[in-house]
Design a protein around this ligand. Structure first.
Ligand SMILES: [Zn+2]
Length: 94
């Protein structure tokens, strides 16, 4: 096959073009099922990370008013704050 950047002939199993040094993408690399699965996992993880902390914060604060659930509420609140920081880190690209 040929490099799609510089057009030089390259070996089928080559990872990098010898002519220009750019990465060689195989014919079926864009429809790789494992890549799609990891994207779906990432999307679910993002949704959970974005939507769970506010819910946890609300239930944590509500639980703090109930003396019988103060411990659970404190744990929930701590986890939610941690998740919020994690979410902020992911969004800011840290
Ligand atoms: Zn090239």
């Amino acid at each position: 096959m040929f490099c799609r950047f510089c057009g030089k002939p390259i070996k089928d199993k080559a990872v990098v073009c010898a002519g220009c040094g750019r990465p060689v993408e195989g014919p079926g690399s864009s429809s790789d099922p494992s890549q799609r699965w990891s994207f779906a996992t990432l999307a679910i993880l993002m949704a959970v990370t974005v939507f769970l902390p506010p819910i946890g914060l609300v239930f944590g604060f509500l639980g703090l008013r109930n003396p019988h659930r103060k411990t659970q509420a404190a744990v929930l609140l701590t986890v939610s704050v941690f998740m919020t920081l994690l979410m902020a880190a992911i969004i800011l690209g840290l």
